[in-house]
Design a binder for this molecule. Sequence first.
Ligand code: ADP
Ligand code: TRP
Length: 335
Amino acid sequence: MTKNSIVVSGIRPTGNLHLGNYMGAVKNFLKMQNEYNCFFFIADYHSLTTHPNPMDLHQNVRQVLAEYLACGLDPEKCTLYIQSDLPQIPELYLLLNMHAYKGELERVSSFKEKARTQPDNINAGLLTYPVLMAADIIIHRAGLVPVGKDQEQHLEMARTFGNRFNRMYSIDLFPEPQAFNYGGELVKIPGLQGGGKMSKSDGDNNVINLVDEPEKLRKKIMKAVSDSGPTEPNSAPSQSAQNLFDLMATVSSPETLNFFKEAHANCNIRYGDLKKQLAEDMIQFLTPIREKIQDIYADEAYLGKVAKLGAEKARESAEATLTEARKAIGFKRFF
Ligand code: ADP
Ligand code: TRP
């Protein structure tokens, strides 16, 4: 991997950022901005599939922008922008859509999942979500995409659409983007309610938001699902116990984690104590971030400056790629 690899990643503004977003995505962004040419954006077009009301949309975009900055994204080091400030993205999306087939789009797991959970709103935007995401990535000719494990299939589609365009028009325009994580393995942070990943769509009690106040964190964590305790020494933790260990691994010291793992192995674990410790460690980790989010959110002039600078830098890169794509397709201006 060369130092000048181009990086793209985005997060949909569908609510507050949570610990899963931080550990799966933002933490990598922070390190990458020092090493690569990074484009990080707020995927507001993507959030339209669920028809947010206009007031919420703007507030959520502002919130995520403040959250990105509070976490440490630096607009001087990376290009930080709002997706809808780049008209080049929907244009490339339109071009890619001509070579994206209904059958392959219908087989995407996230589409099948959404079609099942929102049967009254299976819109074309939902079906072509992977095409828009491919456009986001390849518009900057990115090679690396820091995302969580749930996005792997979308990345594969981005490679497919980029390669197909190259082949179709005999051009070597789009490189193959790869999912990226510093640890090698893609991260999956579990939710508090015992199930799979921490996700906004599973309700507030399942997620640890970066803006959650200490009291709220204590309440949510104390209510986290556990089990009735191991009965055999050295038995494998249940899914819910493992989730608690996984959460602890993100914010507590290795000694603390080991202490509770050993207690589990010896069958004398007290989940109440584990949760109390987890809550305090989480509060310590999140408090400085929460305070910064509040300050930055209130500073409208600063947010405006950041968004404008980001849009200008991102448009320049996007326009260069789009010019090549238009040329390859055969568009030629008469004037
Ligand atoms: P959500 O699932 O809560 O709607 P998004 O789909 O907007 O979150 O995810 C934004 C980014 O955060 C993506 O890169 C995604 O892979 C990452 N991410 C989301 N949830 C988790 C999680 N529980 N563990 C690891 N990464 C996650
Ligand atoms: N689909 C991603 C998610 O749900 C968000 C996203 C949109 C994205 N476009 C992207 C992520 C481009 C990385 C690169 O989390």
